[in-house]
Design a protein around this ligand. Structure first.
Ligand SMILES: C[S@@+](CC[C@H](N)C(=O)[O-])C[C@H]1O[C@@H](n2cnc3c(N)ncnc32)[C@H](O)[C@@H]1O
Length: 297
């Protein structure tokens, strides 16, 4: 069994010194988290379902019309869960491409047995120079835009690689108030992290504008002048026994990877107790707030 280590990166070190982490610190942090825990997003997000029983990958892939679309880019594709769903949805005629900066995530995507025409690139969303202008009908981005800085540059690159009538769609963090209990879970985890990292939470990963629907809409409208911008609030639920739910919900928060092993155990205990208080007929609920952004040019 592997021994769990807490993440120490130049981002966490800047935070401890009371300094504003820069672009390189953010990348260093994300690369270390995904090197040590590849596939963690998929292991939680795949099981979180909306009222109709679909997960957020499936809801995002809805934007792809297999009758009209032949080239799709999954930006920050991680372990390739969305590429696999698009593969199934579009059939062998569609050409799919995934980009991610984490070699360990891409290694998992390669192991999925995606269609042989699928291309995977190791690179950053802020600079897609290895992709020519106007290459894609659709660009998708699942749970990753929230983590990115220089986000206007990212949207500029998305616009450049899209065809003139192309569509960009992303699943990002939603308003916590829309998902019952989410803020309490967030606060609980952040409070445990603050016992070890008192400044934690003063600065979050990525660009704060992506975390609120209104600011995101303004940002999108500025980058995609004249396009139709829609933001749809959604909630995805996970139901499980409190101990299982504590592990799965914690695994969704980047903050939880910063904890030392004893603090991580303590956080799980506190989360389990919180879920146990709210349980109904043995099971408890973790509700995840999401915004689905769709930009049609
Ligand atoms: C929360 S995971 C989501 C992975 C995948 N889209 C999914 O939902 O399963 C975030 C992913 O974004 C990638 N990532 C973060 N910032 C990035 C950037 N600037 N350029 C490329 N990839 C990035 C990480 O390596 C990681 O794989």
């Amino acid at each position: 069994m592997s021994v769990r280590k807490n993440i120490v990166s130049s981002w966490t070190q800047s935070l401890s010194r009371g300094q504003q982490p820069d672009h390189a610190d953010l990348r260093d942090h994300l690369l270390i988290v995904h090197r040590d825990h590849p596939g963690f997003t998929e292991s939680c997000a795949m099981r979180c379902r909306d009222k109709s029983g679909r997960n957020s990958y499936e809801v995002l892939a809805d934007v792809v019309d297999p009758a009209r679309v032949s080239r799709v880019l999954d930006l920050a594709c991680g372990s390739g869960a969305l590429l696999e769903i698009c593969n199934r949805r579009c059939g062998p005629n569609a050409e799919l491409t995934g980009v991610d900066m984490s070699a360990e995530e891409l290694a998992l995507a390669e192991q999925r047995g995606l269609h042989p025409t699928t291309k995977l690139y190791e690179g950053i969303s802020q600079d897609l120079n290895f992709i020519v202008d106007g290459s894609f009908d659709v660009v998708l981005c699942h749970w990753a835009l929230t983590l990115m800085d220089q986000v206007s540059g990212v949207l500029g690159e998305v616009k450049r690689v899209l065809k003139p009538d192309g569509v960009f769609a992303a699943v990002v963090d939603g308003d916590p108030a829309t998902a019952p209990g989410y803020s309490e879970i967030h606060e609980l985890i952040y409070n445990v992290v603050r016992r070890e990292q008192p400044r934690f939470g003063e600065i979050d990963l990525g660009d704060p504008r992506v975390r609120t629907g209104q600011a995101l809409k303004q940002l999108a409208a500025k980058s995609f002048e004249g396009a139709q911008v829609d933001i749809e609030p959604l909630v995805f639920d996970l139901h499980a026994f409190p101990d299982v739910l504590a592990r799965e919900a914690a695994g969704f928060f980047y903050a939880s990877f910063m904890l030392s092993p004893p603090a991580h155990c303590q956080m799980l205990k506190e989360l389990e107790a919180l879920f146990a208080e709210q349980r109904q007929a043995d099971r408890s609920r973790f509700a995840l707030p999401v915004n689905r952004l769709v930009i049609r040019q």
